[in-house]
Design a protein around this ligand. Structure first.
Ligand code: EPZ
Length: 452
């Protein structure tokens, strides 16, 4: 399997990265806690923006260059998928010490319109080739992604939006096949019954090359959607309402290439802000954009954390005394579901009881039993978790289950007495670029140990 990966990916550095990332799956991270974290921590490009910007390369035969691309497993997996569709991907010389990379993608000709099961099952975001393939090639056959650790995560809204724009959708043998009547989507209007980030992204990428006008209502407003719209406009798309929940896309005959820099990762920044808070330190989150993080920063301030917005980023400081919170996750601009696990870890040390409600995903409390093993006092009832603050957490071997749950275990380990071992580190490598390097540079006693 890995040999096959090497054959297909065109850029040597992508091959090397895939080799590294594959061996990392046996790695674990050891942390010896109670060090306050202090210093400057660089924030990387946003994973959830990168994963919707990459497939935009399919929308033109000209080169698309993405800067500030985070060095992450999912970004490499997406590059491999695009290679299989005929997209060349060249990573321009990033020095090993640099964070982020520059990747130039070119879909001179789309040689395949199929995203196979063996790729989609490992990375759900692969579903985001559906819209651009339909727009560029008039058809797409993508494996249904299936569920994941945090929920069953259907794609019905992706398909309903595309149908509303005139696509013909068939589902058979675990695949969805989408086709555009005589090669181009006529256009139409769709109102989302539930806000969906991925469905909004797929619909946007399908609409930009439609024959007519496409309108989305109750569209997602996450900053990653705005980043996508900005790249599409840079490629020549005509989109009205960017940043609002009503998007109007006037279809164009073709798009051209562009160079674009990925937005900073607001969830990575929020995660490291929690690290400063739980260890009683002060971190400068270099490159973070406060405009994308109002709900996260407001919650930190409510917990008694000092947050200073600066020209270069955000400075987050704490004396380690944290106030309990009542938080409910919801679509942007509300408090993001991707920060729930990290705040839960932070609030295990608060002075009082916090109440967290997860309204987006049905199974996003898998970090609770692991945090409990470290001495946290957490009770879960359906979608609501009550977190009673404790004086101390104690390091233990714990198991990562999904990306953000893994980060919550890292955060607890940073504050715990003794050593914590976080197993199944590959979950973290999907969303946090060089985590142990960034944390040890600001005082964490942390190391990656390979079983490979
Ligand atoms: C994106 O996932 C993010 N992933 C997730 O981040 C994030 O948690 C989520 O948006 C919500 O903000 C990427 O961007 C790659 P949704 P997505 O469609 O698009 C339901 C992380 O940790 N729904 O907004 O899959 C769905 O079940 C990841 O970085 C349908 O019912 O999320 C969920 O309850 C995890 N039908 C809700 O909508 C659909 O067709 C929101 O899902 C689609 C979604």
């Amino acid at each position: 399997m890995f040999a096959a990966l090497c054959r297909r990916s065109r850029s040597p550095s992508l091959r090397a990265t895939q080799l590294t990332l594959r061996t990392q799956s046996m790695d674990r991270i050891h942390i010896r806690g109670c060090n306050p974290l202090n210093g400057r921590l660089p924030i990387s490009g946003a994973k959830n923006a990168a994963l919707t910007l990459l497939p935009c390369a399919l929308l033109t035969d000209e080169p698309v260059t993405l800067r500030n691309l985070p060095r992450l497993a999912d970004v490499d997996s997406f590059g491999h998928l695009l290679n299989q569709l005929g997209v060349s991907t060249m990573i321009e010389g990033a020095r090993p010490e640099d964070f982020g990379r520059v990747m130039t993608l070119r879909a001179g000709r789309v040689t395949s319109t199929e995203a196979p099961y063996d790729i989609v099952r490992k990375m759900r975001a692969s579903i985001l080739v559906l819209g651009p393939l339909l727009a560029r090639a008039g058809e797409a056959r993508v494996s249904l992604p299936g569920g994941c650790a945090i929920g069953n995560r259907p794609i019905d809204l992706h398909l309903k939006a595309l149908e509303a724009f005139g696509a013909v959708i068939e589902i058979s043998a675990g695949y969805v096949r989408a086709s555009a009547p005589d090669g181009g989507l006529p256009g139409g209007m769709f109102t989302f019954p539930v806000v969906s980030v991925g469905a909004t992204e797929n619909a946007l990428m399908a609409a930009v090359l439609a024959k007519g006008t496409c309108i989305l209502e109750n569209a997602a407003r996450e900053p990653e959607i705005v980043d996508l719209c900005r790249l599409l406009v840079a490629m020549g798309a005509d989109i009205e309402g960017i940043g609002s929940d009503k998007l109007t896309i006037y279809g164009r005959d073709r798009l051209h290439g562009a160079t674009y820099s990925v937005m900073p990762d607001r969830i990575e920044a929020g995660s490291y802000a929690c690290a400063a808070a739980i260890t009683g330190g002060s971190l400068e989150l270099a490159g973070a954009n406060a405009d994308d993080m109002h709900a996260i920063l407001a919650a930190l301030r409510d917990a008694g954390v000092d947050v200073q917005e600066t020209k270069g980023g955000i400075i987050v400081s704490s004396d380690g005394k944290l106030k309990p919170l009542t938080l409910s996750t919801a679509p942007f601009p509300a408090f993001p579901t991707d920060m729930q696990a990290q705040f839960m870890a932070m609030l295990t040390k608060a002075d009082g009881a916090s109440v967290l409600t997860e309204t987006i995903f049905e199974n996003r409390y898998m970090h609770v039993p692991e945090l409990t093993r470290m001495g946290a006092d957490i009770g879960v009832n359906g979608r609501t978790a009550v977190v009673r603050g404790v004086d101390r957490l104690v390091g233990a071997p714990v198991m990562a289950t999904d990306l953000r749950a893994s980060m919550s275990l890292i955060l607890a380990g940073l504050a715990a007495e003794g050593e914590t071992q976080v197993n199944r580190v590959y979950h973290l490598d999907r969303g946090y670029e060089r985590l142990e390097e960034k944390l040890s540079a600001v005082g964490a006693d942390i190391e990656r140990v390979s079983d490979g």
